[in-house]
Design a protein around this ligand. Structure first.
Ligand code: IPM
Ligand code: SF4
Length: 465
């Protein structure tokens, strides 16, 4: 019988399938950060239980870290979370890239840098963007704090079997369109609930043409389409990325691992519960205009009107988004002016994101009144960028070049929008208040963010000089 990649990984990790209730999956890797782990450790302690396999865990501190003067955490709760995470990892001998580590950064950026996740693994983390690691052909789930405790104690996770969706993208992307634009275009098509109950497998030659960084950006946003997880079949691009990394299989284990990984791809003719198709040629640079990632349109478009939606719920959502975002129906996307620009996050905080932005910023200056923040996803990204002189390009253009962290992706660490400010942001969520109370977020790719910082408004980078 033919099987999809999801089914293969599922079968290989299935521990127990009860008559009633959810099946139990073996968890290969458990990723951790300071926000969702403290109560889980506390729960273990109260029950006098131990962490079952500390070697399966890798942690960072990322959400609460200031990106300037990083040791000076002003918020009392944030400070406590950081201290608790540090103490818990020390006590349990967990590998933590903590505050003073030169490998520190956003968990979903740091983990791949060390080759910690391999194809075929089941991975979890108390964080919704765990989906990122599906880029390696691993089944990666965001889980809640009580599940974090369960995984720590048992190395297993209760999971209902998901339905499978094939998202096929074929063709050559237009100039300046990126993995971020593919992700946004998919969400525009499926809606934020379209993936509910599904694991999405991204396939087609547009996807296989993406770098690992691009695949990570894409899988990162599967969760914003409502999916349980995203997957890309492992191929030579994946193997080349992993080879030689700290936690990658070594010696004789390497060829054996690659052989197994190659067997994971969905079989020819495997059946999916749903299939959607996109043509890469149709994917222009995208800009979100609303307060949900599905409220997104090409840079060439205009802000829609509630009457453009036949669905009553979507029509009302449009009306309330326009109000919150202070936009008018019919307004050209390129006429939207911005106050703040943010390049970073686990969606777009990787080296190629800074390269793409720097390419557009060379010899340019940010527009009057615009504040722009470049926040590398990790210290290794920062170091690499500096080696290439990218920091200079940003700084010369009037950008702030910061230390890594989740930063302005969510307002938890001092980096945030002020009430009423409008941002061009490379992050993944544009919910009301996400980047600060009253803040208005437009999701874009790094290149689009860079160009907006110079122009002061969105521009179609394809004909921008
Ligand atoms: C803080 C954490 C639980 C949260 C998540 O689960 O995604 C955060 O990372 C986010 O992006 O909103
Ligand atoms: S960068 Fe943003 S999306 Fe990613 S883990 Fe941090 S807060 Fe969540």
């Amino acid at each position: 019988m033919t099987r999809t990649m999801y089914e293969k990984i599922w079968d290989a990790n299935l521990v127990h399938e009860p008559e009633a209730g959810s099946p139990l999956l073996f968890v290969d890797r458990h990723l951790m950060h300071e926000v969702t782990s403290p109560q889980a450790f506390e729960g273990l302690r109260l029950q006098n239980r131990k962490v079952r396999n500390v070697h399966s865990i890798l942690g960072t501190i990322d959400h609460c870290v200031p990106t300037k003067d990083r040791f000076n955490i002003v918020d009392v709760i944030a400070k406590k979370q950081v201290e608790t995470m540090t103490a818990n990892c020390e006590e349990n001998e967990i590998n933590l890239y903590g505050m003073d580590s030169n490998q520190n950064g956003v968990i979903h950026i740091v983990v791949p840098e060390h080759g910690f996740v391999h194809p075929g693994m089941v991975v979890c983390c108390g964080d919704s963007h765990t989906a990122t690691h599906g880029a390696f052909g691993a089944l990666a789930f965001g889980i809640g704090t009580s599940e974090v405790e369960h995984v720590m104690a048992t190395q297993t996770l209760q999971q209902k079997k998901a339905k499978t969706m094939l998202v096929k993208v074929e063709g050559k992307l237009p100039a300046f369109s990126t993995a971020k634009d593919i992700a946004l275009a998919i969400i525009a098509k499926t809606g934020t609930a379209g993936g509910t109950g599904y694991v999405m497998e991204f396939a087609g030659n547009t996807i296989t043409d993406l770098t690992m960084e691009g695949r990570m950006t894409l899988c990162n946003m599967a969760i914003e389409a409502g999916a349980r997880a995203g997957l890309v079949a492992p191929d030579q691009v994946t193997f080349d990325y992993l080879e030689g990394k700290e936690f990658a299989p070594k010696g004789d284990h390497w060829p054996a691992a690659v052989e197994y990984w190659k067997s994971l791809r969905s079989d020819e003719g495997a059946e999916f519960d749903a299939v959607i198709e996109l043509k890469a040629e149709d994917i222009a640079p995208q800009v979100s205009w609303g307060t949900s990632p599905e409220q997104v349109i090409s840079v060439t478009g205009v802000v829609p009107a509630p009457s453009d939606f036949t669905n009553e719920v979507k029509s009302q959502a449009c009306a309330s988004a326009l109000k919150y975002m202070a936009l008018d129906a019919g307004q050209k996307i390129t006429d939207i002016h911005i106050d703040v620009v943010f390049i970073g996050s686990c969606t777009n905080g990787r080296i190629e994101d800074f390269r793409a932005a720097a390419e557009l910023l060379k010899g340019k200056k940010v527009a009057d009144g615009v504040q722009a923040f470049a926040v590398p996803g990790s210290f290794p990204v920062k170091e690499q960028a500096e080696k290439e002189g990218l920091d200079k390009i940003f700084i010369d253009a009037g950008w702030e070049w910061r230390d890594p962290g989740c930063s302005m992706c969510l307002a938890m660490n001092g980096d945030e929008l002020k009430d009423g400010q409008r941002s061009a942001s490379t992050s993944n969520r544009n919910f009301e208040g996400r980047q600060g109370k009253g803040g208005r977020t437009h999701l874009v790719s790094p290149a689009m963010a860079a160009a907006a910082s110079v122009a002061g408004h969105f521009v179609d980078i394809r004909d921008w000089k």
